[in-house]
Design a protein around this ligand. Sequence first.
Ligand code: AMP
Length: 625
Amino acid sequence: MARIKINIKDGTIKRSDKVIGIDLGTTNSLVALVNQENHEAYCLGENGDKIVPSVIYIDANNQIVVGDLAKSHLLSESSNTVYSVKRLLGRSFTDLASHARSFGYHLVPDDTKAMVNIEINGKIYNPIELSSFILKHLKQKAETILGESIGKAVITVPAYFNDSQRQATRDAGKLAGLDVLRIVNEPTAASLAYGIGLNKAEQKTIAVYDLGGGTFDITILQIQNGVFEVLSTNGDTYTGGDDFDRTIADYWCIELGLKIEDIEANKSDYQTLRLKSEEAKKHLSEAPEYTGQIVLNNNTYNLSLLRETFQKLINPIVEKTLKSCAMAMKDADLSVEEIDEVVMVGGSTRTLYVIERVQKFFKKDQVNNKLNPDEVVALGAAIEADILAGNRKDILLLDVTPLSLGIETMGGLMDVIIPRNSKLPSSAGRQYTTSIDGQSKLKISVYQGEREMVSDNRKLGEFTLENIPAMPAGLPKIDIRFILNADGILKVEAVELRSGVQQIIDIEPQYGLSDNDVETMLLAAMQHAEADMHARSLAETKTEAEQVIYQCKKLVQNNSSLLSGEEVAETKTAIENLELICKENDKEAIITSMDRLNHITRPFAERIMDEAIGKALTGKKLDTL
Ligand code: AMP
C-alpha cells in the first residue's frame, strides 16, 4: 500500500513536488526520478523489481492486476490478460485488423475510425483506460517507495507516434491521476540519459538504435540550442529480440530431430523451449558458448550453442535493422560520418553481435551503451521531469497548452485557433467575416476545450469588436489572432482589416481550471466524439439554411418587380417551410427543404443576374459615349 502524507489539520493530502519520469513500454515499463542530493537519475525499485511488465490481468470480478503478477496469467488466461496495449493506443480496429488474430485477447471488430475497444469478461475497455492502469500502478509504486503522493509526470513515447497516439498517452496519464507535464520522445530521453543535449551550446547529430523484445526503432536526432529535432525515423514494429529466441528454438528443433510444429502444438513445451532459447541468448552476451538441458514431452535433451552459430542465426534479423538505419540516414539526407553519437537502447542491444554491427555501420569505435539499455529511456524521462520541476534552472524547456483554444462561430460551433499540446509561447490567427448586411458589431466569445459545440466547452471571456463600417455581409475581413505567452496568458486581438478597427483583450485561460477539470473535459470529449460530430454537422447545416433563408428573403424584397406574384408566394412558402424544419433537429429534412428552396429560386436568381449584367453593360455604353 502507498504511504501518503495527510495534513491532519485540514485533511488535505500533501502532494509532493517531485515529478517522476515514466517509460511506458510495449513489453515493460519503468518509473525513475532524479536524486536531489547527487543529481543522478535512478529507476525506482529493487534490482529485480525495477521493471514492471506492461501486462494487465482483469479477473472475473473485474479486479485489475498489473505487472509480474498479471504476466503469470498470460498463458493460462490469455483472453483476460492484456499485453502490448501500447500497440493499440490511438489506433482503430481497421488499423490493426491484419494483426488482430495475434492478440490473445478480444479486439472488438469495428469499421469506423474510432479507437479500438477490447472486450474482457463482457466489459469494454479502451486502450487509454488500459494504459492508465499501468500508469496508476507505476504511480503507486513510486508513492510506496517515496512515501509521498505523486501527482506529476513526464511520459515517453516513440518518436513516430502521431498526434492522436500522443494525446491518448497524455489522456491515459490524466486518467491515472497524473498531471502529464510533457510527452517526450523516447530517443530524446535516451540521449538525455547520456547527458547529450544538456549543454545548450551543444550542436550534435545523433542516431538512437532501439532494439527491444518485439520492436525496432532507429531515430536520427539533431540537437541545437537545447531543442531536439527528429530528422527521420524508421524501424519495424514486429522485429526484436524475441525473433532471436525463435531462430534459436528453430535451430535446436532441427539439431534434435524434432518438428517445430509438434512443439508449437504443445503450449507448455513451446514456452519451455522459448525460455531456454532466451536463456542461451542472454548467456551468449557474456560467454562464448551455452550448454544446458531441456525436458520436452517427458524426454530430456542436451542443448548447446556457440556464440558464432548464434551470430549466423541472427544475422538476417540484424541485417534487417541495418537496412532500416540506412533508410533513416537517407531520409535525413546524412552520411554516417555526420553522425556524432550513437545511443543504444533496449534489452537486445546487449547482444554483442548487435553492438559490433551497429558500430561498423556507423563507422564508430564506440557507441553509448554503458547505461542499462532497459533503463535509459526512463532515466532520461526523469531528467526531463527534473528540468520541468524547476530543479535545473540552466535549462529552459518549452511547455504546451493542455486544452484547445478557440472562438464560437455561427451555430454555436467551436472553431479552434490554437490546438491543445501547442508549444508555449504560441500565436495563431484566422479570418472571419460578418453574416448580416451592415453589421457593425461582432461578438467574439473565447472558449477552451475539445468538444465540437462551445456549450460543452469552457467560456474564458467575451468581447465585442465595434464600429465596423457598414458593408454587405461577407465583405468585412476580421482577423482574430490568439497570442499565448510562455505563462499561458492569452491575448486576443481582433482587427477589421478594411477599416483598421481594432480591439485587444487579455484572457487567462487556465485560471480556475484544476487538473480534474481538464481530465473531465478530455474524458467527455473522448466519450462524446461521435455525438459531437453529428451535432457539429447539424449545426453547420442549420447555419447554411439560415444563410439561404436570409439571402432568399433579400432576393424577394429587392426584386419584387422582376418576380410574378406566384413566384413570390411560392418562395415565401418554401422559406417558411425551411424555417419550420430548422426548428427540428433533422439534418436530412433541412437539406431537402433547403434544396427545394434553392430549386425554386434558381431560375429567377438567374433572371435577376441577367438584368443586372444588362444594366451594367448599358451603363458602360453610356460612359463611353
Ligand atoms: P526490452 O523490450 O527493451 O525490455 O528488451 C527485451 C529484450 O531484450 C528481450 O528480447 C530480452 O530477451 C532481451 N535481453 C535481455 N537481456 C539480454 C541480454 N543479456 N542479452 C541479449 N538480449 C537480452
